[in-house]
Each structure stands twice: as C-alpha cells, then as structure tokens.
Design a protein around this ligand. Structure first.
Ligand SMILES: Cc1cc2nc3c(=O)[nH]c(=O)nc-3n(C[C@H](O)[C@H](O)[C@H](O)COP(=O)(O)OP(=O)(O)OC[C@H]3O[C@@H](n4cnc5c(N)ncnc54)[C@H](O)[C@@H]3O)c2cc1C
Length: 391
C-alpha cells in the first residue's frame, strides 16, 4: 500500500508552497478586515488576482479561469496546503466557489467572461439569491416572480439569508418564470446587479453579535433585468440550482475539513475522556477527507453525481459541531468569554476561525443549515444515493 503522493504531486505542492512563501501578504498589509462574505478589502482583491494570474485560484480550471488544468490529486494538495497555512481560499467564497463555478458550468461564453472572470479576479463580488421566507428546504416553492417584457425581465419578490448581498455587485437569483408549470419546471436564473433600481438589501445580525452583518433580506420591486442576464434556458433553472448546490456543498465540506483541522490543532485535551472524544473527531476528519475526495475524483472524471456530495456535507457539518462542542465544554466558563481567541491569530483567515470557543461552536450551526439542512441531506442520501423507498 502506498500512503504517499507520487512525485509529480509533491512537485506541484512544492511549487505552490514556494509561491505562497514569496507572495502571501504580510499581517501589516491585511489590517482592514472583511466585514461580510462579499466585502473584499483591496489587499484581498489584489491577493485573489495574484492567485488567478498565476493559475493558483482554481487549479483544476484552464488558465483563462484562474487555473492550470491540475489533476484531482494536485487539487487536493492545493487545498491541503492552504489549510495547513490557515489561508482562506477566497474572501468572497460564494462568489468564487458557487456563482462563478455555476457560470462556468451553465453560462454562455459571454457570461463566463463578463460575469464569472471579474469575480474570479477579485474585481467584482457576488451573492447567492436562492432562499425565500417560504422556500428554504423546499426551494422549488420559491415565489419571486420574473415576467418577460420585450428585452427585459421584470422581477418582484423577496429573498432572505442572502449572505453578503449588501456588499455584493450582483446576485445569482432564482426566479419563477412560469407560475402555471409544475413547481420544479417554472424556475429560471437571472444575474441581477444590486445597483439596479428596485433592489433593496437589508442586512441583519446573527447570534454572534449585532455587528455581524452578513445575512440579508433582499427585496425586488419592478426591477428591470436585461434578458441577456438569463443563465441557462428559460424554465430550466432547477438544473442550474442542483449544479449550484453541488458546488456549494463541495465548498462547504472543504470548509468543514479546514475548521475541524484547525480545531484539532488548537484544542488541547486534558482528561482521558476528552482525549477519547478527540480521537473520534480525528477519525471523522480523516473519513471526511477521504469521502470528499471520492466526489472530487468523480467530478474530475466528468461524472455528475450531485447527490453523493451530500455525504461529506452531512458528515462534515455534524463532525465540526461535535469537535467544537467538545472544545467549548472542555474550556468551561472560559469558553464563553466573548470576544476572545482560542487559537493563534492568522491574518490570512477569517477572524471567526480563532474566535472564542463559544463563537466557533455557535457558528458551526450554520454549517448544518446552509446549503440544505442535515435532515435534507439525509433525505437525499436515503433516496438518491442508497435508493431507499420514499414513504
Ligand atoms: C450561515 C448560513 C448562510 C446562508 N446563506 C445563504 C445564501 O447566501 N443564499 C441563500 O439563498 N440562502 C442562504 N442560507 C439559507 C439556507 O439555504 C436555508 O436556511 C436552508 O435551506 C433551510 O431553509 P429554512 O431556513 O427556510 O428552513 P426550513 O426549510 O423552514 O426548515 C426548518 C426545519 O424543518 C426541517 N425540514 C424541512 N423540510 C424537511 C423535510 N422534507 N424532511 C425533514 N426535515 C425537514 C429542516 O431540516 C429544518 O430543521 C444560509 C443559511 C445559513 C445558516
């Protein structure tokens, strides 16, 4: 059995490592901190541009989209190297990993270059407009309406939980274009610039503090969106939604793996019981990396299997919550002191990643809800991966 990578993969790692040694911004350059998932300070934009230009942003992509046609294993060590150094992949994570990734799959050539490439280069930021007050788990019930009028769609309705929308330049928005069709068949996708008249983003706080403004309600009132902003076919949005959710769940399990690895490094067990629980989390982490890699390998072979990405999404979200719950409990009352730090300051990562144990634990709940709740992942795995009967 060979437990090491082949030399070409290690050479790839060494090249990336040398790039990071030479180009990673210093702590002094990163003093302005990102305030939402679509707010990128200039240093974060410049850094992302450098990754793009050197083929290190999305290594599996061709150079025109910030990559170098890397293999699956090379992509894996790229993620491993960023995690080891605690470097956050992009400070507009949904823009790069969901919206640009979806446009590269479903967009026209013109849309790839006009909308995806500026996001990948860090010139523009994007947010994901899927969920609505009555359409979260049951996304196909969404009601935001788009009516075609000549060369425009006129959009009316509301989204919610739209991370970073108030700082984003545009939204990948799921809208109903045929109210009479079965609900999965009447959905389309529009690129909606937030500067258009009639778009109002209202950020609201989360449980970690009133200053944490990432979630938004987004209201659309008679917003006129050029018809050329339609992504994929009219009423073909459900296919795009599934692809976008596959990208989102891949982004999420990679994030879980990073945060579990960080927690395993920061948490020092004192009792045999804590050590025993930690051992379980180490096994969770290894299982997550291996199961997740299966999905990456399938995608690299061109196999479309969105359903099975639910496995690492479910495992990782719950494993992260378990290990952070363990660390919080072990810290006792000290873990509740907020704000405080529970790990070394890492200027290239989000401040949340080394916040108080309370904050790290509280934030882990989002991972079992966003991108589809754990219950929904269980339903998908039961029905679409295991083929169990629907009751
Ligand atoms: C941190 C975070 C970031 C997010 N960012 C975005 C974003 O950028 N853009 C966006 O569009 N959305 C975003 N969301 C929203 C997210 O996609 C929804 O919260 C999620 O899909 C669940 O929908 P809901 O909140 O309406 O809950 P509901 O669908 O109302 O579910 C409530 C409860 O019922 C359970 N339930 C529902 N249906 C079933 C079923 N069929 N079987 C079993 N149990 C069921 C759920 O598991 C849950 O426990 C984000 C959410 C979080 C937490």
């Amino acid at each position: 059995m060979q437990l090491a990578f082949d030399s070409d993969v290690e050479e790839f790692r060494a090249e990336f490592s040398a790039f990071l040694d030479e180009h990673t911004p210093s702590a002094a350059e990163t003093l302005e901190r990102p305030r939402s998932t679509a707010h990128m300070p200039q240093w974060a934009r410049d850094w992302q541009r450098k990754l793009f230009d050197n083929g290190w942003l999305l290594p599996a992509q061709p150079p025109e989209f910030g990559g170098r046609n890397a293999t699956v294993l090379q992509t894996f060590v790229h993620a491993e190297e960023l995690c080891r150094r605690r470097i956050y992949h992009s400070f507009n994570p949904q823009g790069v990993n969901i919206i640009a990734a979806s446009l590269l799959t479903f967009g026209s050539d013109e849309q790839k270059h006009r909308w995806a490439v500026p996001v990948l280069k860090g010139e523009r930021t994007a947010a994901l407009g899927m969920s609505e007050p009555s359409a979260g788990s049951d996304l196909a019930s969404l009601r935001t309406k788009a009516v075609r009028e000549d060369d425009h769609f006129v959009v009316n309705g509301q989204k919610v939980w739209t991370s970073g929308a108030h700082d984003a330049d545009f939204l990948l928005t799921f809208v109903r274009t045929d109210p009479d069709a079965p609900k999965h068949k009447g959905i389309s996708v529009l690129l909606i610039p937030t500067e258009l008249e009639g778009v109002v983003c209202r950020p609201f706080a989360d449980l970690c503090g009133m200053e944490n403004l990432d979630f938004n309600e987004v209201f659309f009132t008679d917003v006129r969106v050029p018809a050329e902003n339609l992504v994929g076919p009219v009423n073909g949005g459900w296919g795009v939604a599934n692809g976008s959710l596959g990208h989102e769940r891949t982004m999420m399990w990679l994030g879980f793996a990073d945060r579990i690895a960080n927690c395993l490094a920061d948490f020092r067990p004192k009792s045999p019981l804590e050590r025993d629980a930690l051992a379980t989390s180490i096994m969770d982490y290894e299982a997550l990396r291996l199961l997740g890699s299966v999905g990456i390998a399938k995608a690299a072979r061109g196999e479309v299997d969105v359903a099975s990405v639910s496995i690492p999404k479910l495992l990782g979200g719950e494993a992260e919550q378990r290990v952070l719950g363990l660390a919080l409990e072990a810290a006792g009352p000290d873990g509740l002191v907020h704000p405080s730090t529970s790990g070394p300051y890492e200027h290239m990562n989000l401040d949340d990643y080394f916040a108080s144990w309370f904050e790290r634990y509280a934030r882990s709940f989002g991972g079992t809800i966003a991108g589809g709740t754990s219950e929904i992942q269980r339903n998908i795995i039961a029905q679409q991966v295991l083929g169990l009967p629907r009751r």
